[in-house]
Design a protein around this ligand. Structure first.
Ligand SMILES: [Zn+2]
Length: 322
C-alpha cells in the first residue's frame, strides 16, 4: 500500500495531501480523513453550516456539519469511532451530500429541527489504518507497532492512537462489557477511566450542548440495529417504536434480546442510560463480508436504504412528538 512518509500537518495542506493520497485511495479503496476534509469543505462552500467539535488525541480537527435549525427536535449522527469502519464515514459523507442536494424536499422538517453529523470521530485511527505508523509522531511508532503484534499493517485496528477503543470509553457500565480488555490493544481496551480520551470527551460535551432528541451511531458490519441498554417502562416502549420505525426503513436485523448489557461503555449506551434518549447503533454491511472492509463493502443497496434515514427519523420525531 502507498504510504505517506511524513506526519501530515493539520491545516489546508491536509486538503492538498488528501488530493495526492487520493491516488492511493483509488488503489487502496479506502475513505480517509483527508477525503472527509475535502467533502466537508465542499459542503461549506455549498452553504451548509460546518465546524469543528474538537481535536483528536494527535490534534486533528474533528469536523461536523449541521443541516436545518438549531432549535426544535435535533438528531446527532456519528460514524467512524472505530478506525477500521471507515465505510461508515463514507456513508455519512454521502448522506450529507444527498441531503444538501435534497434540502427543498425536507424543508419542513429542517425548519422544525436539525441534524448534526459527526462523520469521523477517530481520525487518528483512520489514518493509522490507512498509512500505518508513518502517520503518528516518532515517539508513538514503536509502541503502536508493538501493540499491533509487531506489524505495520493496521488494517484491522479499531482503537485510537493510544490503543483505547473509544466506543468502550463512555460512562455507561464502563468496564463491564463481555469483550472489554484492560490494557492498550487494537480493540476493546476501555481506557484508564471513562472519558479519559479527548475524542469521547468531545462527543460527550457536543451531545450535551446539542441536547438531541435521538442519536444514530454508524458501525460495520452485520446489518443489525442495537437500541437497548437497560431501558424499562415507557422509555422501553418509546425506544422500541423508534427502533421499529428505523428498521422499517432499513430492513436490517433488529436486535431485541436481553437488556443490552453484553456490551458497555458505548456512545449509544451512554445516551440511553444517562441522557435517557432513544439511541441506535446501526451496523452497516451484509454479514457475509469480513474485515478489513473496503469502501465497496458499503454496497449501493446499503446506501440507498440509509440515504435519507437521519432526516426521516427527524420527520418521525417531529410528527409523532415522541
Ligand atoms: Zn464499530
Amino acid at each position: 500500500m502507498f504510504r505517506n512518509t511524513t506526519e501530515p500537518k493539520v491545516s489546508h495542506s491536509d486538503a492538498i495531501a488528501g488530493f495526492f493520497l487520493g491516488l492511493a485511495h483509488i488503489i487502496g479503496d479506502m475513505y480517509t480523513y483527508y477525503k472527509l476534509l475535502n467533502d466537508v469543505e465542499e459542503l461549506s462552500r455549498a452553504g451548509i453550516k460546518t465546524g469543528v467539535v474538537g481535536r483528536s488525541g494527535l490534534g486533528r480537527p474533528i469536523p461536523y456539519a449541521r443541516f436545518g435549525s438549531r432549535g426544535g427536535r435535533r438528531v446527532i449522527v456519528t460514524a467512524g469511532i472505530h478506525a477500521r469502519e471507515h465505510v461508515s464515514s463514507l456513508l455519512v459523507s454521502r448522506q450529507m451530500s444527498a441531503l444538501a442536494a435534497a434540502a427543498d424536499r425536507f424543508a419542513a422538517a429542517l425548519k422544525s429541527g436539525g441534524i448534526y453529523f459527526v462523520p469521523m470521530l477517530n481520525p487518528d485511527g483512520n489514518l493509522l489504518v490507512y498509512g500505518g505508523a508513518d502517520t503518528v509522531p516518532d515517539a508513538l511508532k514503536k509502541p503502536l507497532i508493538a501493540l499491533n503484534g509487531g506489524s505495520d499493517d493496521f488494517s484491522l485496528w479499531k482503537a485510537d492512537c493510544a490503543g483505547v477503543d473509544l466506543n468502550t470509553n463512555f460512562d455507561a457500565r464502563w468496564g463491564t462489557g463481555a469483550q472489554n480488555v484492560f490494557a492498550p490493544a487494537p480493540a476493546n481496551y476501555v481506557g484508564t477511566a471513562p472519558f479519559d480520551r479527548p475524542e469521547t470527551r468531545i462527543l460527550r460535551d457536543f451531545t450535551l450542548k446539542v441536547d438531541p432528541a435521538a442519536t444514530i451511531s454508524y458501525h460495520a458490519l452485520g446489518r443489525e440495529i442495537y437500541w437497548r441498554f437497560g431501558q424499562s417502562g415507557a422509555a422501553l416502549e418509546r425506544d422500541r417504536r423508534i427502533a421499529e420505525f428505523v428498521n422499517a426503513v432499513l430492513r436490517y436485523d433488529l436486535i431485541d434480546g436481553g437488556d443490552g448489557f453484553s456490551s458497555a461503555g458505548g456512545y449509544k449506551d451512554w445516551c440511553v442510560s444517562v441522557l435517557k434518549i432513544p439511541s441506535l447503533t446501526i451496523e452497516l454491511v451484509p454479514k457475509n463480508y469480513s474485515h478489513p472492509l473496503l469502501d465497496d463493502a458499503c454496497i449501493a443497496d446499503d446506501f440507498v436504504r440509509n440515504e435519507f434515514l437521519p432526516v426521516r427519523l427527524l420527520q418521525y420525531l417531529i410528527t409523532t412528538d415522541i
